[in-house]
Design a protein around this ligand. Structure first.
Ligand code: E4P
Length: 218
């Protein structure tokens, strides 16, 4: 399973990349706004800056909701860098645009997936990735992880090549369950990735090893 970081924060992207386990980055308009990146030129430059840090796919989201606008924006984004993946919302014109991009060899990430039906449509259209939002489903008392399991089962039965990118990850359990249920990729905030490192017995064990070494070596 690949690890993407879900942020537009350069320092966090560098920290995850330095860990040696980072395979890519996902962004969205809210994450860009959180970093204070405003205006088309600044937004485009920020995507290129991210691509220059990480050698892996970087999802850049369109903000148009009509077919022509999505195509125009997506083509501009894809031209920025070979690692850009055009992130397209799960709407009717988005599905048409994914089909068009797929025919042109432009890679896509279909975002805002909340049901198996939406995942099937995006896969049929040729999306490179689909992003089911686990945490936002949990927020409304639906088991977000069960959506990952359902989609993984359908994609395996149907032989779809589209990769399941578990998104809206809120904690390390979401990452572990995504791996268990067959997600190809998770995209996560840095804190949930770093939380995978932690176990109290590791800390206690290491402290004891170091203390014993000191006792016998002075
Ligand atoms: C996916 O690509 C989205 O950027 C993201 O995972 C949404 O997460 P959130 O629900 O925490 O905003």
């Amino acid at each position: 399973m690949k690890f993407f970081i879900d942020t537009a924060n350069i320092a966090q992207i560098k920290e995850a990349n330095d860990l040696g386990i980072l395979d890519g980055v996902t962004t969205n308009p809210s994450l860009m706004a959180k970093e204070g990146i405003k205006g088309t030129d600044a937004i485009m430059k920020h995507y290129v800056d991210i691509c220059n840090i990480v050698s892996g796919d970087v999802s850049a989201e369109v903000i148009s909701t009509d077919f022509d606008g999505i195509i125009r924006e997506g083509e501009n984004l894809a031209a920025l860098h070979e690692n850009i993946v055009v992130k397209v919302p799960m709407i009717k014109d988005g599905v048409k645009a994914i089909k068009y991009f797929s025919s042109k060899g432009i890679r896509t990430n279909c975002t805002l997936i909340f049901s198996p039906g939406q995942a099937i449509l995006a896969a049929k259209a040729g999306a490179t990735y689909i992003s089911p939002f686990v945490g936002r489903l949990d927020d409304i008392s639906y088991d977000g992880m069960s959506l990952i399991a359902e989609i993984a089962q359908i994609f395996a039965v149907q032989g779809y090549q589209t990769q399941i990118l578990a998104a809206s990850i809120r904690n390390p359990i979401h990452i572990i369950k995504s791996a268990q249920y067959g997600a190809h990729v998770i995209t996560s905030p840095l804190d949930s990735i770093l939380a995978l490192l932690k176990h109290p017995l590791t800390d206690i064990g290491l402290e004891k090893f170091l203390a014993d070494h000191k006792k016998s070596n002075g």
